[in-house]
Design a protein around this ligand. Structure first.
Ligand code: HEC
Ligand code: HEC
Length: 292
């Protein structure tokens, strides 16, 4: 994608001139870091959407683990929270081994009886056991901030959840107890991943997983990893000197390290600038500022 195409696309969006200024500014900063090789990528090429992983025919355990690795580090969005940055969720390198201890914990109130079942339950019913110190604020570690990853914007299938469990057992160096998928579950057509651009703010929120970490007006799913975004329409103007409300929100989304919201730590993904179409960013900003 060439420089000219970027300009053309930017000029097509509402508030083009202002946006171009701020986008060029952030582009120049990104360029300073990544060099010219990736020029043109930020903000115009969206990541492929989270399509269901396709498996065809019989696979080996090695392939199943590799699939789990890919989901864990990709569409599962696990590393948004389970990463050293921000420390908002426990690291999972040894959870395959720790699972057995969790079941004996006096605070454990779930239904799992084996370590594998614990890992499964952690993903689909996270509040069944909340790791001490990581619960939602004000719930005394009884409610987990982690979403059910089989639902909502992540929506992993049973086969995909099994793959992630095999991956977590593999990196912990424990015996892999997950059964390989068989029959229909494993066999499906290979389709090319289609890049779907969100058509409204709601689709954009779902595509990028914003409601996992934020309260957003009109969204059912909500999280408290980051600030309540419902207040932005009243507070964004004047938050940063020389910035309009729009400019403040744009920067908060594509360059979160520039300002860390008071009372929060880092933890906002910093690659939305690489993944979003300008139109998607615009819809999000307008919606958050109550202009939709
Ligand atoms: C929005 C943030 C968030 C996302 C996304 C997320 N998690 Fe979590 N997860 C947490 C938090 C916080 C905890 C600790 C509280 C608890 O025990 O539920 C946790 C706990 C866990 C545990 C239990 C850890 C233990 O030591 O017992 C497992 C297993 C786990 N997550 C796996 C995953 C996997 C796999 C994914 C991706 C498919 C994922 N999580 C996505 C925030 C998240
Ligand atoms: C994994 C969790 C996570 C996800 C996913 C996430 N955020 Fe955030 N967000 C945070 C955290 C933590 C902060 C506070 C730290 C900071 O200001 O960077 C934050 C801060 C913000 C702020 C600044 C708020 C203020 O009052 O200063 C905005 C705006 C924002 N996020 C929008 C979004 C949008 C839009 C999306 C989806 C495209 C999104 N976030 C996805 C965690 C997340």
């Amino acid at each position: 994608m060439g420089r000219q195409e970027i300009f053309m696309r930017l000029n097509n969006v509402r508030g083009g001139a202002e946006l171009v200024k701020i986008l060029l500014f952030s582009l120049s900063i990104m360029l300073a870091f990544v060099g010219f090789a990736r020029f043109g990528v930020p903000l115009v090429v969206p990541a492929p959407p989270p399509v269901e992983e396709k498996l065809s025919g019989d696979i080996t355990m090695e392939q199943y683990i590799a699939l789990g690795d890919k989901i864990f580090n990709g569409k599962g969005t696990c590393t948004l929270c389970h990463s050293p940055v921000g420390g908002r969720a426990p690291l999972l390198a040894t959870v395959g081994a720790i699972a057995a201890e969790r079941l004996k914990d006096e605070r454990y109130k779930g239904k799992a009886t084996t370590p594998e079942e614990y890992l499964h339950e952690s993903m689909v019913d996270p509040s069944a056991f909340v790791v001490a110190g990581f619960g939602k604020t004000g719930t005394n570690d009884t409610v987990s901030p982690m979403p059910n990853v089989s639902k909502g914007s992540i929506g992993l299938s049973d086969v995909e959840i099994g793959a992630v469990i095999s991956y977590m057992q593999s990196i912990a160096g424990v015996e892999i107890t997950v059964a390989l998928p068989t029959g229909d579950a494993a066999v499906s057509e290979d389709e090319p991943a289609e890049i779907k651009v969100a058509e409204n703010a709601q689709e954009a929120y779902a595509k990028f997983g914003c409601p996992m970490c934020h309260v957003i007006p009109g969204e059912e799913e909500s999280g408290d990893v980051g600030p309540d975004l419902g207040k932005l329409k009243d507070t964004a103007a004047g938050r940063k000197e020389g910035y309009s409300a729009e400019q403040f929100v744009i920067e908060a989304v594509i360059n979160p390290a520039a300002d860390i919201a008071e009372g929060y730590e880092e933890g906002m993904p910093d690659d939305f600038g690489d993944q979003m179409m300008v139109t998607e960013l615009n819809m999000i900003v307008n919606h958050l500022l109550g202009k939709e």
